[in-house]
Design a protein around this ligand. Sequence first.
Ligand code: CP
Ligand code: NVA
Length: 303
Amino acid sequence: MKHLLKMLDLSTDEILEILNTADQLKYELKHGIPHRHLEGKTLGMIFQKSSTRTRVSFETGIYQLGGYGLFLSSRDLQIGRGEPVEDTARVLSRYLDGIMIRTFQQKEVEDLASFGTLPIINGLTDFCHPCQVLADLMTVREHKGYLDGLNMCYIGDGNNMANSLIVGGLKTGMRVSIGCPDSHQPDKAVLDFAAGYGNQYRMTSNILEAAADADVIFTDVWASMGQEDEAVERRRIFDGYQVNDKLLAVAHADCMVQHCLPAHRGEEITADVFEAHANEIFDEAENRLHAQKAVMVLTMGGK
Ligand code: CP
Ligand code: NVA
């Protein structure tokens, strides 16, 4: 695997290879087995948006693999003052062994990959969040034992999380059901992709229909990073698109709840549901570390 730019680029076999490698690395970490597969390698981590989990898990992950992570805020880089991505990519390719980037436009990530000569890992764009969804799939598989044939449901904004979950879920054999307002559906490229899966994919503005018989329900914030100005309007639009006890009542009795975090209790999820499923949600957060270590090992070539 050369890069991790978006879930659409990955084959089912590549997704499963990442998940299997992540399980192995998690086992090794928990049992004190050395796994310094990236000894002496450097990862540049470019952040144009805030982060808790992505930053800390990548920095810790590259360290555990024997490498070194450089935190590069766009405020400090010349990219923030208009240096073109194509030049930044060619310069950083001369110093580093890999780049993780969190930014707004997907095009910027794709450009880094085309102009640079080193692996690029997408740490979230407005379009997608592949690292998160790999951790999500890992967590669901860990709790349920398998993915193929499970019913995945996502409630809320048709945003970067929805886009990535649809693709990751369908490619691993899950039935994917989206409950979102007609005005905030997932990206057209993702809907076109899902159309090829027939009845395995469905989308409705009725969240009780979307969550019927779910094995796992995902949700995410109503206003993503960069949409802060729309927060009030979005609270009105998404009113009712909430993961609560009434929604869980139509799902399977052992339905998991996942949230990429940060969570807004009382908006997309109630505090009660969040706390009842906190164990699964923080497993999901932990698995960012293991899934991303797998992505780094497989792209940066240490294994
Ligand atoms: N879920 C996630 O990506 O969290 P951060 O924004 O804290 O990195
Ligand atoms: N949709 C959210 C995900 C945060 C991890 C955002 O883009 O802000």
